[in-house]
Every structure is written in C-alpha cells, then in structure tokens.
Ligand binder design. Structure first.
Ligand code: ADP
Length: 229
C-alpha cells in the first residue's frame, strides 16, 4: 500500500514538477537578458504558481482516493476541463510533433465529478498516447480527444495513432507497477482505473496493431444542469 501510494504520487506530480523547473529556468533566462522582459517573467511565475497548486491538489485528491473518504463531486464543464488538460500538455505534444484533434460536442451537459481526479485521468491517457506514438516512432502522430453525450452520460475518448497495445501487455495493462517503459512506473493506468471506478464507470480500450489505441470512459451528468452541492 505504501509503495503504491508513493509510486502514485511520484507518477502524478512529476509533470507539474517538471513544468515548475522548466518555467523557472525560462524565467531566469528572461531576467538575464540585457533588457529583462517583465511580462514574460510574470507569465512564467503565474505558470509556476498554477503548477505548484496543481501538485498540491493532486496529492490531496490521491489521498482521498486511497482513504476512500466521501468523494468530492462538483458540476464540471467537460470542454473546459479538456482545455485545461491541453494547456498542461501543449508543450509536451509540440515537442513530440503530435497533431491534436479535439472533437467536443456542443452543448454537453455538465458532469458530476472530482475535477482534479478526472483531469489527472485525461492527462495520464494523453501522456501515454503521446509516449506510445513517440517511442513507437509513429510516422503519423495524431491524437484525438473526444467528448459526446450518450444515454445521459458523457463519453470521453483518447485515441492515438501509435503502435497499439502489445498483445502481451493487454492482460496486465491496468496492473500497478506493470510498465514496458524504461522510465515508467506502471502506475498511470492503475490510477486511472481507480479514479474512473470511483466515479461509477469503467475504462474500456480498443487497440489495433500499427493503427493505435483508444481508451474511453463515461461520466455521470449533473441532474438539470444544476450544482446541487
Ligand atoms: P507507464 O506509463 O508508467 O508505463 P501505465 O500504467 O500508464 O504505466 O501503462 C502501462 C503500459 O501500458 C505501458 O508501459 C505501455 O506498455 C502500455 N500502454 C499504455 N497506454 C498505451 C497506448 N496508448 N498505446 C500503447 N501502449 C500503451
């Protein structure tokens, strides 16, 4: 349990920590210019604050997941949540030369979720998709994030054009500590599964060799679009 908790926290806070360091380094470079650019430095400091807050939120949301405490449930706009995930991951996707396609239905109802947790699920699925395409040296690197309404739930999908999930990996995909990456922790999908199950859903996946993988799950909608908390 302690091992899983430690590995989960380090898996999830790695991204905001990386972003803090990169932003701080860029800020120092701007300050060292002959004429320091204060606007750039301010934007980078704001990014550092946001990433630091996100790391703290992630830790408390993982703690509540592990303790099985009464879950946080807020009415959340899915399109806004996906925008936030894209903002977090944009530089990663650019660095790996990945084209992003957003297919978000208009007028989606709000969903009733723990915002921080579901944001992490999206970030983990997109990060895996990006790594699969880059590591598999996919020539065509397209990542699609989709959201649509179906049977009074919102379906979220992350699809990549990477090598697909290796058939040998399928059975163990969601196991804690199972990874095929040299620097992986094997916690990403285990965390996604716990979070999605705590939201009364299940992660489904489809995969075809050389065509890519698609992970999806559904979220319950907010009755009458009202926040009843
Ligand atoms: P990690 O990312 O640390 O390896 P995960 O639990 O997120 O841990 O993933 C477990 C394994 O599942 C990965 O090592 C990889 O082999 C496989 N996998 C996950 N997502 C994809 C994907 N989109 N395409 C191909 N394989 C994937």
């Amino acid at each position: 349990m302690l091992g899983e908790m430690t590995a989960s926290i380090s898996h999830e806070v790695n991204q905001p920590l990386g972003s803090i360091v990169t932003s701080a380094e860029a800020g120092l470079r701007w300050l060292n210019h002959e004429t320091p650019n204060h606007a750039e430095v301010r934007a980078l400091l704001e990014r550092i604050v946001a990433s630091g807050r996100r790391a703290a939120d992630i830790i408390s949301s993982l703690k509540s997941l592990a303790r099985n405490t009464k879950p946080e449930r807020d009415a959340v706009d899915v399109a806004g949540l996906i925008d936030e995930a894209v903002l977090i991951l944009r530089s990663d996707l650019n660095r790996r030369q990945i084209a992003l396609r957003l297919e978000i239905s208009r007028d989606l109802p709000q969903v009733r979720i723990d915002r921080t947790q579901i944001l992490q699920v999206i970030v983990n699925l997109v990060t895996n998709a990006a790594q699969a395409m880059a590591d598999g040296q996919a020539w065509n690197r397209t990542l699609a994030i989709r959201a649509r309404e179906s049977q009074q739930r919102v379906v979220l999908e992350v699809e990549d054009s990477g090598p697909g999930v290796d058939p040998k990996v399928r059975e163990r995909l969601f196991e804690s500590f199972y990874t095929t990456k040299t620097t992986g922790t094997g916690m990403g999908l285990a965390i996604c599964r716990s979070i999605v199950e705590a939201h009364g859903s299940k992660i489904e996946f489809q995969s075809s060799p050389y065509l890519g993988a698609r992970f999806s799950f559904t979220l319950g909608t907010e009755p009458n679009g009202q926040d009843t908390i």
